[in-house]
Design a protein around this ligand. Structure first.
Ligand SMILES: [Zn+2]
Length: 99
């Protein structure tokens, strides 16, 4: 009975490898090398400036508030001291939120 199990397994493996090789050859035939190069160049062009932009955004967000600025405890925006209406629980409240 064991030999009966081995026989179909070998056939399946042969079928799998055959289909994989077929897929590989089909892919090579479908995608022309010119298209592959264009796609690679486009992806690289997008990645480099994207990384730089995210770094700049991070630097802007981390920028500490200045001495004449405060972070509103209600809207959480960093505003100028002139926009400070009052303080609540040690948090500045801007004039817009005080209304
Ligand atoms: Zn506010």
């Amino acid at each position: 009975m064991a030999t009966d199990y081995d026989a179909p397994r070998k056939n399946e493996e042969e079928l799998d490898s055959d289909s994989i090789e077929e897929l590989k050859t089909r892919r090579n035939e479908k995608s022309s090398p010119a298209v592959d190069e264009d796609e690679t160049e486009a992806a690289e062009g997008f990645e480099l400036p994207g990384a730089d932009l995210s770094h700049e955004e991070l630097a802007v967000r981390v920028l500490p508030k200045q001495a004449d600025e405060f972070a509103c405890g209600s809207c959480f925006l960093v505003k100028h001291r002139s926009q400070l209406d009052h303080e609540e629980n040690g948090m500045g409240i801007c004039k817009e939120c005080a209304y």
